[in-house]
Every structure is written in structure tokens, then in C-alpha cells.
Design a protein around this ligand. Structure first.
Ligand SMILES: [Fe+2]
Ligand SMILES: [Fe+2]
Length: 122
């Protein structure tokens, strides 16, 4: 289930990046995808933390902090959205997404995968 959610997150992020470069006039479309991505990220983080609680993952608290700091970054981005040029903003959003998707999913999330492999189902 978590793998599937990660795939969907990557797909939404990819669509957002594609929308941004393909059509500068389609502002409503881009914003709808961004809203979808934020919604989906929210529910994914909730499911993931629930799962970690279930398997009694010892890194849960640290992981929760990582999720919280991602959302703090999103809040800053959304606040800047009102003041900064749209073109610059899209680039920043794209960078932020690739940065946290790559870093968080491929690094932080991988740690609990290792925990499952070594401790839960050795
Ligand atoms: Fe995740
Ligand atoms: Fe995570």
C-alpha cells in the first residue's frame, strides 16, 4: 500500500513539473495538481505514521519530525507564492518536490523498510 502511494506521489509530482513547463497559461490546472499533491501527501504521511506505529518502528518520532518539516517547507512555499513571480515559483516548487521526494522517500522511508526486513520479517 505504501509503495503504491509513493508511486502515486511521484506521478502527481511528475504531472506538476510537466504542467509547469508545458503550458504557462494553464494556471488553474497547475494549481489543481498542486492541491491534489498536497492532499495526497497529507494522507500518505498519516497512513505511513499509522503503519510505523503498528510495526513499533523505533524511528517513528524522528520520521514524524521529517514529515512536519516537509509541511513547514510547503507552508513557506505557499506563502511565497503570493509575492513571487509565477515562473520562479514553479521552478521552486519543482525543486522542492524533487528534493523531498528523492531525499525523503528514497532515504528516510528506506530506513523503515530496512527495519521491516531485519526486525519484523527477518
Ligand atoms: Fe513515504
Ligand atoms: Fe515518510
Amino acid at each position: 500500500m505504501i509503495d503504491e502511494q509513493h508511486r502515486r506521489l511521484f506521478a502527481l509530482a511528475g504531472r506538476l513539473t510537466l504542467d509547469a513547463s508545458a503550458n504557462d497559461k494553464d494556471e488553474a490546472g497547475g494549481e489543481a495538481v498542486l492541491a491534489d499533491l498536497l492532499d495526497y501527501t497529507h494522507s500518505h504521511f498519516r497512513d505511513e505514521e499509522e503503519f510505523m506505529r503498528l510495526i513499533q518502528y523505533p524511528g517513528l518520532r524522528v520520521h514524524q519530525q521529517a514529515h512536519a518539516s516537509i509541511f513547514a517547507g510547503v507552508d513557506q512555499l505557499l506563502a511565497r507564492m503570493r509575492t513571487v513571480d509565477r515562473q520562479i515559483m514553479r521552478r521552486e516548487i519543482g525543486y522542492f518536490i524533487s528534493e523531498w521526494l528523492v531525499r525523503h522517500v528514497l532515504h528516510d522511508d528506506l530506513q523503515y523498510t530496512r527495519y521491516i526486513r531485519d526486525q519484523v520479517m527477518p
